[in-house]
Design a protein around this ligand. Structure first.
Ligand code: G3I
Length: 380
């Protein structure tokens, strides 16, 4: 009898110690900014509201765990580089379809949609497009590029960023009244008509594709005003444009919430849909620069619990704004998969950490559905 009592007492003590130890571990994890790894996935939570996407040149070079992460969390993928003019069409008679074909096939097999990026850009575009030719030759090359690429994936790619980053950076009250177009090689070759022409060629190649103008920093200031001037022209001229991509490369310390809120409404007033196409919110003060130049993978200082909390708060505020405009917003795509698979690695910008674990921002975004951040949505 007394032996049984001793045994029961020993079990009780052991159970208490185990619970206390695990509570302590959880607490200390909380202090480290560790996030809950369970709960609904972001794509399921936002089903029927927005498509939730990630960028990446899938599946080549991605681990089985990473591909699982994509399947579980995202329902649309944007190729990060492989469909850009430089990689896919390096010279007039050379096309490199291996990676784009593999991406489209993998996404179809996994019931994931594809958003194409990007047909016309000033960067990652080889000079042959503009060499030894007049306006007619450049127009033919533009048409051939777009028709071949869009036509190849007709019905398989849901939409395209047709023209990327056409507006100059900065600006002032004078340029704000104009389109303030970048003096890109396309601009030099064809003038401002290259934009409607690109949309026309894309529409002819796949009339059902949703066609976007995509740019960064267009939510605020003179660049926003210029984007409105440009988009008004396109809409007025009947150009087959479906939406505007606000890229969304932001920093925790300086997210222009009010401007984003207003910009979405401005674009909607032109009859255009909006997508957040390249979302990442870097952590203030974190080391490392854009593209992680000179910084080998794995050599970045970890974010503090406070940093992660501030980032979670920023993402929650952003999604509260997106939800306010849910009837205008089609898709929210993160630019990369994890903090290891990001052009801004070193600045911890995404919702999965470098080991593919959910960060606090993940739960905060899901939670924004139930508990919106009221201070984020500014009344107009
Ligand atoms: O593929 C080559 C590889 O063959 C070569 O060995 C290696 C050596 O540096 O470079 C590889 O290409 C790199 C490519 O990413 C693929 O990793 C390029 O150098 C590098 O410049 C390129 O960076 C991309 C950048 O666009 C180019 O401007 C980033 O990954 C990509 O995230 C970034 O994405 C852009 C969007 O398209 C438009 N909006 C802004 C966004 C961020 O810059």
């Amino acid at each position: 009898m007394s032996h049984r009592i001793v045994t029961l007492a020993a079990w009780a003590v052991l159970a208490y110690l185990t619970t206390a130890a695990s509570a302590q571990t959880t607490d200390s994890k909380k202090d480290d900014g560790a996030a809950n790894q369970s709960g609904p996935t972001i794509k399921d939570a936002y089903k029927g509201i927005f498509l939730i996407g990630a960028a990446g040149d899938l599946p080549g070079g991605y681990s089985a765990d990473e591909l699982d992460l994509v399947r579980q969390n995202f329902n649309i993928v944007t190729p990060e580089n492989c469909m850009k003019p430089g990689p896919v069409h390096p010279s007039e008679n050379t096309w490199r379809f291996e990676r784009p074909d593999a991406l489209v096939k993998w996404c179809a097999e996994n019931h994931i949609a594809v958003h194409g990026h990007t047909l016309v850009w000033h960067a990652q575009t080889n000079n042959w497009f503009f060499r030894d030719g007049d306006k007619a030759v450049a127009t033919r090359r533009l048409k051939d590029h777009i028709s071949t690429l869009v036509g190849r994936y007709k019905g398989k790619i849901r939409g395209w960023d047709v023209v990327n980053e056409a507006i100059k950076d900065g600006g002032n009250s004078e340029t704000a009244k104009t389109e303030n177009l970048r003096n890109s090689p396309w601009m030099k070759a064809l003038g401002p008509d290259y934009i409607p022409l690109a949309f026309k060629f894309a529409h002819e190649a796949d009339p059902d594709a949703k066609l976007y103008y995509n740019d960064y920093n267009i939510e605020a200031g003179p660049k926003h005003e210029s984007s409105m001037v440009l988009l008004r022209r396109l809409v007025k001229d009947g150009v087959p444009i479906y939406g505007v991509g606000i890229q969304g490369h932001w920093n925790t310390a300086r997210v222009p919430y009010e401007a984003i809120d207003r910009a979405i409404a401005d674009y909607a007033s032109l009859g255009l849909k909006v997508s957040i196409t390249e979302l990442d919110v870097t952590i203030r003060g974190a080391s490392g620069g854009q593209l992680g130049r000179g910084r080998p993978r794995g050599e970045v200082s970890p974010p503090s619990a406070e940093d992660l909390k501030a980032q979670a708060n920023a993402y929650a505020k952003l999604f509260t704004i997106f939800l306010k405009h849910k009837s205008q917003i089609e898709r929210v795509t993160f630019w990369g998969l994890s903090d290891r698979r990001s052009w801004r690695r070193g600045q911890h910008p995404l919702i999965f950490d470098a080991a593919n674990h959910r960060k606090p921002a993940y739960a905060a975004i899901v939670d924004a559905l139930q508990h919106p951040k009221p201070e984020a949505a500014t009344p107009r």
